[in-house]
Ligand binder design. Structure first.
Ligand code: ZN
Length: 91
């Protein structure tokens, strides 16, 4: 595993975490916020921030260069990219 793989692994975890946590966490915060303040706004804020986090990390992961061949590591259709789409470098 090359040294340049750490940002790719971090972006991969952030991307999938934001995707999976967005709906349940927004729902949870919306329910709690409605009981506390009578408003769904906190749920929308949390959901929106997680969606922006997902979008930003997805784009960063999609354009991040491979540590070995310096071309884009990921193709857009990869769900959990472990190998470079050009040279096969594992990260
Ligand atoms: Zn590569």
């Amino acid at each position: 595993m090359a040294n340049g793989c750490k940002p790719i692994r971090i972006l991969r975890v952030i991307t999938i975490s934001a995707l999976l946590l967005c709906a349940p966490l927004a729902y949870f915060v919306a329910v709690i916020g409605f009981h506390l303040s009578g408003s769904f706004v906190p749920g929308f804020v949390v959901g929106g921030l997680l969606m922006l986090t997902y979008l930003a990390s997805f784009v960063a992961l999609a354009v991040w260069p491979c540590p070995q061949c310096h071309r884009r590591f990921v193709r857009f259709n990869a769900f959990w990219p472990r190998n470079c789409s050009h040279c096969g470098q594992a990260c």
